[in-house]
Structures are given as structure tokens and as C-alpha cells.
Design a protein around this ligand. Structure first.
Ligand code: FAD
Ligand code: NAI
Length: 472
């Protein structure tokens, strides 16, 4: 008789492992299957986020920010340290250490919560039945509920065959052994701008080739333009409305041929080409087709409002299903689903999922954009406040950017916000919290904010929505 659990989860990324913890807290017996690193023994938990995504990229963003600050700005503060010397190998070791600690921490959390970790590739055999294929053997398990949380992998395009050496994905660009002299980033989205920033700060000549007329198409055009301007000042070069047609891979470099907005053929030469044109859900290798689990038109696993797939007793969360491919979205879905399985009523408001681009300046957004409000014919008021008018931002030499709050014209309820500026990720949390309580611009405007803090800019933008801005 196969081992049986209340819940078996396939994939131990932020969606899967958080779902496992919450389900265990609610009294379920839980097993989680992970294939990453399983050939070498115990699997590496934490998914894309911890191993090759959020964490390593942020570790490198932090290191490269310190390097660029030391090189370009310390002298302005009267701190003279000479020209800093870069040691890429130490930087990578630090990043690997951060990843290792956090990945180990997830194993500790599994133990603490009595969750069984099964190393190998998980396959759904039908309702209530899962097989784990290990290095040398496979075993079948039974479960009342099965959760699919297999995440996503980089999209590849035929013109740019990834070889891991000259043409790479983010998996490789978080682990270069040396600074590429020239790097072409294909795709001006989140990964392109974050990892493009890392290598540009460390001295690479970075060119971003974007298919659409603006970078980060999900942002309002004013914010995207401001971000492009800031990054251009940092040395990144942008080629929007440009389509890569082909690549010629040489021994030491790659030459890309592309068509620009005017229809002209242009070429780019680089020692590394980073392809970051989006990610696709992992819908193969887990028995989905064989088990008859339906996919949506967009190729993601189709679920209803309670995360139920087309196969009874099988659920899906995270990058695998519709919505933004973000770690915190996957985590929240994991919690909500575990509570639903335990018989509680819960739901996730997708409108309130924040989104951050961790460049410098950062871009943090939530809710509706100004453009979407217009498209929907909604009457809104937009309040703005520049970092340049904020005392703390001045003191910190972080005057680039602004806060933008979008409120309903009649009710004053906050519908969305976008902040471009230093540590805007932290500032956005206040707006998300107020929105979660159905709050208004007036609510934020009436809250006493510490002085001097960047957060006063949020209050001022709210005041601007009401025509009562104080410091501009
Ligand atoms: P994943 O994290 O992808 O985990 C799925 C796991 O399932 C993987 O470990 C995989 O090995 C395993 N798996 C797949 N198939 C099987 C199988 N058949 N059997 C067993 N195991 C299987 N998001 C943010 O919110 N903030 C960020 O700053 C951020 N930065 C990022 C930077 C980069 C470079 C990248 C690539 C992504 C970043 N993301 C970020 C996105 C984030 O990593 C994902 O949204 C998140 O990891 C999705 O979680 P998940 O649990 O759905 O899937
Ligand atoms: P993305 O969707 O953010 O950006 C892809 C970009 O590539 C878009 O601007 C798109 O127009 C462009 N593009 C598509 N096809 C192209 C082509 N053939 N040539 C040139 N440009 C092309 O995808 P990205 O950057 O790969 O990231 C994947 C996902 O990972 C993100 O959508 C996000 O969900 C997640 N992520 C989140 C981060 C964060 O929260 N800070 C950081 C990194 C990734």
C-alpha cells in the first residue's frame, strides 16, 4: 500500500513550500516533492526564487550598488577611498552563501513543521495519486489533495538558441565568472533591467533591445520613461521598437542582426547576450497531459477561483497559473489554498498584489495604472510628489523620482499607485495597506508621518490628489 498524506505538493518554490507550512499548521499531513538538486541527495528547496531568482539577483544588486556607490559617489560625501577593485569571485561566493543559508533554512522549516520532503520528479497519475521518480527508483504515494506548484522557466526564442556561454538566460547571468565587456539584453522587462543594472554597475557596456516601444510595458508611460532616463544616465543604452532577427555566434562574441523602428537593419555585438523575454509555466514533465489536466488559452494551468484544476482533488498555484509571476503572489496563493483545503473561506485580491522593479531608482506599483483607468473610462484624480522636494531624499542624494497616487474622483478611494525612486518598494507598503482597507487619499493625507522620511512623499502625493499639497 502506497504511503498516504492529506496533501502532496509538487514543487518547493515559494508557492509550494508556503502552502506546505500553512497546511501543516492547520493539522494536515503533508509531503512536498522537489527535483532541484535531488540527484545529489536532499533536494534544494525554495524554487526559482531562492535558487536562481529573487534572492541571487537581489544579492548581486546590493553588491553592485555598493561598488557603484563607492566608485561614483563616496567622494561627494568627503570620503576618499581611491578606485575600488572588483573581485567578482568573492561577490559570487557571497551571493552563493546567501542562497545556501536561505535554502537550508527552508529545509529547517520543513522539519519543524513535520513536512516530508521527497527528492525527485513528481508526476500526477490521477486524482489522489502521485509518483516520485528518483535517481534510481520511483515510488507511488496517495493524497487526499494534490497541489501543483511547478513554477516557471525562461522563455527561449528560436533566433537566440541558449548555449549558456554566449547566449544566456538569467540562470547564467547571476553567475558570470567575469564582467562581460559588452552585454546585449534582449527584453527590456524586469529581469533585463535588474541584471542589466548589475553588470552595467560592474563595468559592462549594456545595450537593451526591446521589441515594444517602451520598456516594462506594464508601467504607465511616464514612469517607464523616467526609469529609462535614469538607467541611461547610469550607462545602459536602450533600443526600443527593435526586433532581433538572427544571431551569429563567434568564438569570442555574438553578432545580432535586428530591425529597428524605421525598418532598418541594425547589428549589435556582445560577448554575452542575455535573453529575458518572459517566463513560461512548467506544464511538462509532471504528467499533466496524461492525467487530462486542462491548460488555459495562454498555456497556464487552468484553475477556478478556488485553485481547482479540471481534475478532481488537484489544485494549482504560483507561476503555473494566471496572474503576475511573483514570489509573494505564489506565497499568498499557497496560504489561501491551504486554508480553503482546511475548510476555511479565503480568497486573494489580485488587484492588491504589489510589483517592484529593483533597479536604482526602484519602481514599485500596485493596483490600476493611470492609462488603464483612462481606458476603462474611470474618472480619477492623480496626485504626484517629487522626491526632489523631500528633505530626507535631499539629505540622502536620492532626489530622482516621484510618488504617483491614483484615486477615484468621486469616492477618493485609492485605486492604484506607482512610485519611482530610492527604496520605493518600502514606501509602497503603506499604500497597499491603506488600499487593503478600502482607504482613500484623505486617509493617507491625515496620517502623521515621521520627519524627515521618504514616506512624507507618500503623504504629499495623497495631499496632491486633494489639491492640498504642502511642499511643492
Ligand atoms: P518556482 O519558484 O519556480 O518553484 C517551482 C519548483 O518546482 C522549482 O524548484 C522546480 O524545480 C520544481 N519542479 C518543477 N517541476 C517539478 C516536478 N515535476 N517535480 C518536482 N519538482 C518540480 N519575484 C518576486 O516577487 N520578486 C523578485 O525580486 C523576483 N526576482 C526574480 C529574479 C529572477 C532572475 C527570476 C528568474 C525570477 C524572479 N522573481 C521574483 C519571480 C519568482 O522567482 C517567481 O515568481 C516565484 O519563484 C514563483 O514561485 P513558484 O512557487 O510558483 O515556482
Ligand atoms: P518581462 O515580461 O518582465 O519582460 C520581458 C520583456 O521582453 C517585455 O518588455 C517584452 O516586451 C520583451 N520582449 C518579448 N519578446 C521579445 C523579443 N523577441 N525581443 C525583444 N524583446 C522582447 O519578463 P522577464 O524580464 O523575462 O521576467 C520574467 C518574469 O519574472 C517577470 O515578468 C516577473 O514576473 C518575474 N520577475 C520579477 C522580478 C521582480 O519582482 N522584481 C524580477 C525578475 C523577474
Amino acid at each position: 500500500m502506497a504511503d498516504a498524506f492529506d496533501l502532496i505538493i509538487i514543487g518547493a518554490g515559494p508557492g509550494g513550500y508556503v502552502c506546505a507550512i500553512r497546511a501543516a499548521q492547520l493539522g494536515m499531513s503533508v509531503a512536498i516533492i522537489e527535483k532541484r538538486g535531488a540527484e545529489g541527495g536532499a533536494p534544494d528547496l525554495g524554487g526559482t526564487c531562492l535558487n536562481v531568482g529573487c534572492i541571487p539577483s537581489k544579492a548581486l544588486l546590493d553588491s553592485s550598488e555598493r561598488f557603484a556607490m563607492t566608485r561614483d559617489h563616496l567622494a561627494e560625501h568627503g570620503i576618499k577611498v581611491g578606485t575600488p577593485k572588483l573581485d567578482v569571485s568573492t561577490m559570487m561566493q557571497r551571493k552563493d552563501g546567501v542562497v545556501k543559508t536561505l535554502v537550508g533554512g527552508i529545509s529547517g522549516l520543513m522539519k519543524k513543521n513535520n513536512i516530508t520532503v521527497l527528492g525527485g520528479r513528481g508526476e500526477v497519475l490521477g486524482s489522489g495519486r502521485v509518483r516520485v521518480i528518483g535517481k534510481t527508483s520511483s515510488q507511488e504515494y496517495q493524497a487526499k489533495h494534490i497541489v501543483l506548484a511547478m513554477g516557471s522557466v525562461p522563455i527561449e526564442i528560436p533566433q537566440l538558441p541558449v548555449d549558456g556561454e554566449r547566449i544566456v538566460t538569467s540562470d547564467h547571468a547571476i553567475a558570470f565568472a567575469a564582467v562581460p565587456k559588452k552585454m546585449v539584453v534582449v527584453g527590456g522587462g524586469v529581469i533585463g533591467l535588474e541584471l542589466g543594472s548589475v553588470w552595467a554597475r560592474l563595468g559592462s557596456q549594456v545595450q537593451v533591445v526591446e521589441f515594444l516601444p517602451q520598456i516594462c510595458p506594464f508601467l504607465d508611460a511616464d514612469i517607464a520613461k523616467a526609469l529609462q532616463r535614469s538607467l541611461s544616465k547610469q550607462g545602459l543604452e536602450f533600443h526600443c521598437s527593435t526586433k532581433v532577427e538572427s544571431a551569429e555566434i563567434g568564438k569570442k562574441s555574438v553578432t545580432l542582426s535586428a530591425t529597428n523602428a524605421k525598418g532598418e537593419t541594425v547589428s549589435f555585438e556582445a560577448d554575452k547576450v542575455l535573453v529575458c523575454v518572459g517566463r513560461k509555466p512548467v506544464t511538462v514533465g509532471a504528467g499533466l497531459a496524461e492525467a487530462g489536466i486542462a491548460l488555459s488559452d495562454r498555456g497556464r494551468v487552468q484553475v477556478d477561483n478556488n485553485f481547482r484544476t479540471s481534475l478532481s482533488g488537484v489544485y494549482a498555484i504560483g507561476d503555473l497559473i494566471d496572474g503576475p509571476m511573483l514570489a509573494h503572489k505564489a506565497e499568498e496563493e499557497g496560504v489561501v489554498l491551504a486554508e480553503i483545503l482546511a475548510g476555511q473561506a479565503n480568497t486573494l485580491d489580485h488587484h492588491l498584489i504589489p510589483n517592484v522593479v529593483y533597479t536604482e531608482p526602484e519602481v514599485a506599483t500596485v493596483g490600476i495604472t493611470e492609462a488603464a483607468a483612462k481606458e476603462q473610462g474611470r474618472k480619477v484624480r492623480v496626485g504626484k510628489f517629487n522626491y526632489a522636494a523631500n528633505g530626507r531624499a535631499r539629505a540622502a542624494d536620492a532626489t530622482e523620482g516621484y510618488v504617483k497616487i491614483i484615486a477615484d474622483d468621486k469616492s477618493d478611494r485609492i485605486l492604484g499607485a506607482a512610485i519611482i525612486g530610492h527604496r520605493s518598494s518600502d514606501l509602497l507598503a503603506e499604500i497597499v495597506a491603506v488600499m487593503a482597507f478600502g482607504g482613500s487619499a484623505e486617509d493617507i493625507a491625515r496620517i502623521c508621518h515621521s520627519h524627515p522620511t521618504f514616506s512624507e512623499s507618500v503623504k504629499e502625493a495623497a495631499l496632491d490628489c486633494l489639491g492640498r499639497v504642502l511642499h511643492s
